[in-house]
Design a protein around this ligand. Sequence first.
Ligand code: KG4
Ligand code: ZN
Length: 340
Amino acid sequence: MPHPSIILGLETSCDDTSAAVVLDGRTVLSNIVSSQDNLHLRFGGIVPEIASRRHLEIINPVIDEAMAQARVKFTDLEGIAVSHGPGLVGSLLVGVSVAKALAFSLDLPLAGVNHIEGHLYANFLTGEDISFPLLGLVVSGGHTNILYMEGHGRIRILGRTRDDAAGEVFDKIARALDLGFPGGPVIDKLAREGDPSSFAFPRALMGPEGGLDFSFSGVKTAVLNSIYRERQRGREIDLHNISSAFQAAVIDVLVEKSFLAARQKNVKIFLLAGGVAANSELRARLRQRVETEETKVIFPPPELCTDNAAMVAAAGYYRLRRGNTASYDLNAVPSLSLEG
Ligand code: KG4
Ligand code: ZN
């Protein structure tokens, strides 16, 4: 039986509505992402009810746009893939319901993709040669994980955050500094002209007791305290400097733990993924380190780091290829496990 090769992917797990058409799990024919950032901006974070209602309003036009841009017809499709967790239940349900309806009416196989697995698979869209075993660092608004992957669908979590996710802390600091939402891209830009040593923020769990786990609540509290202290003293905060010092504290830990994992596991390929992987300083630092370490680091272009459906279609392609088809009772699972 031929493998399904033209896959429509859907992604609605959080606040981005996305549809993409991907060929052979590696070539992006279209990838439409409709961001809701402006809707949530005035709340400084995502409002779940607003997110799910918006997904429902725009999912069909987003799919039509993806199909038109890819120049394919529904009858050309060979599979449907959807993120069904983790994420916000009301948001996930929109993508899952539409995916099931499409798969049923077009009589196509359906793949239920774990959103974090999807982030990792964005790397398979880079054209790079990727072999197993490999390590992955997924850093997003909701997750910070170091993963070990022995083959397609065989993922183990080696390290995770014990409290806040890295992206979540970028967003909280940005909110305290009135920089809008999401915070990562703004802080990334401000930090380029700042001095990373202007504030001394903690690097948590760097000793042996931390292993490959992360903790970002300490650095978050330290940055927030500095902001309040400066304000109380009536001093203006240098946004460049505080962004740079905060970002350096987070990146130092991410980079060190990534290479620690690579050494411990003796793995030569490292995939970076998730919204925070779009960070220019993190990418630059990893590139620098690669010159001295024997590990190849691969990262997707920034638009494939943040939430998008092309990554879901890529992960779905490999699921369908190994016969891992979801049934029509596929459900949204807000705390879906990666290792299951
Ligand atoms: O992967 P993603 O789009 O959604 C989740 O699955 O969470 O990640 C969004 C997160 C947000 O916290 C956002 O602030 C962060 O990724 N982010 C960045 C950058 N671009 C997005 N963080 C740091 N630097 C960036 N350039
Ligand atoms: Zn994500």
